[in-house]
Write a protein that binds this ligand. Structure first.
Ligand code: CAA
Length: 261
């Protein structure tokens, strides 16, 4: 892996903790940061020592305040399309990453920051977090999947309201509408995210990956196609040692020792 300038990446037991570290620009995503995030996810795709990922932002103020406006301001249509393609590739990599990804939203999650959080599987927020898609204030629209993932998470009306007004909402409102899953006092946020990652790490990794895939893929197809996706994934797990071990451990009244095989 080449040296990372904008991220701090640390392995805590089986959890990879990625901290976006451009505090002076409220952790705004410049192209280099997007490329570094892509590199980190790509290089851990097959890393069996990692069972979950936590993404957060450096400092007390921001998770990510959006794509880097200074960098973006001079782009033409081709440049804008290319920028969007890079962010969309990253968010799709996160959504299809074989391990769960938890966003620990420690402050502003705006524009590309909200979109990054929405690509994650679970969103935990600090009571101080503020979220929104303010792109219309800049004469553009969300470009890292916001018009697509926000409506899938909170429904068409709320997505329209947030994207068309560009207004920010606080953590309590984000929780109420289903944009974040749990809210914690700021000082507890990272520990709660790590705790959740640790709980997931005790489960069968193949089952966790299959469940994530089924939920995500199922949302893009009709119910019966989604149920077929589930049936095939469910059946496939019966060919794994983890299924044998998980059910044997239950019957022997002991904790399962999953190997991810
Ligand atoms: N890009 C680049 N720099 C940013 C930034 C961004 N998205 N957000 C904040 N910064 C910089 C500011 O320019 C400022 O830098 P200087 O100290 O050098 O002037 C520094 O971070 C601190 O910001 P503020 O002084 O503005 O802090 P504040 O507390 O007064 O306001 C804020 C905080 C409300 C988050 C405000 O910074 C803000 O509105 N930021 C922009 C949010 C935004 O519009 N995000 C969407 C970007 S577009 C996008 O993301 C497109 C997409 O979908 C891919």
């Amino acid at each position: 892996m080449t040296e990372l300038k904008n991220l701090h990446v640390e392995k805590r037991e089986t959890t990879l903790v990625i901290t976006i570290s451009r505090e002076k620009a409220l952790n705004a995503l410049n192209k280099e940061t997007v490329a570094e995030l892509q590199q980190v996810f790509d290089s851990h795709q097959d890393d069996d020592s990692i069972r979950a990922v936590v993404i957060t932002g450096a400092g007390p103020k921001a998770f990510v305040a959006g794509a880097d406006i200074a960098e973006m301001s001079a782009l033409d249509a081709a440049g804008g399309t290319e920028l969007s393609a890079g962010g969309l590739a990253l968010t799709m990599t996160i959504q299809t990453f074989p391990k769960p990804v938890i966003a620990a939203i420690n402050g502003f999650a705006l524009g590309g920051g909200c979109e990054l959080a929405m690509a994650c599987d679970i969103r935990l927020a600090s009571e101080k977090a503020r979220l929104g898609q303010p792109e219309v204030n800049l004469g553009v629209i969300p470009g890292y999947g916001g018009t697509q993932r926000l409506s899938r998470l909170v429904g068409r009306g709320k997505a329209m309201q947030l994207v068309l007004t560009g207004e920010m909402i606080d953590a309590a409102e984000a929780h109420r509408i289903g944009l974040v899953d749990e809210v914690f006092p700021p000082e507890q946020l990272i520990d709660k995210a790590l705790e959740m990652a640790k709980v997931i790490a005790t489960k069968g990794p193949l089952a966790v990956a299959a469940a994530k895939g089924c939920i995500n893929r199922g949302l893009d197809v009709d119910l019966s196609a989604g149920c077929d996706i589930e049936k095939n994934a469910f059946g496939g797990l019966f060919d794994t040692s983890d299924q044998t071990e998980g059910m044997k451990a239950f019957m022997e009244k002991r904790k399962a020792e999953f190997t991810g095989k």
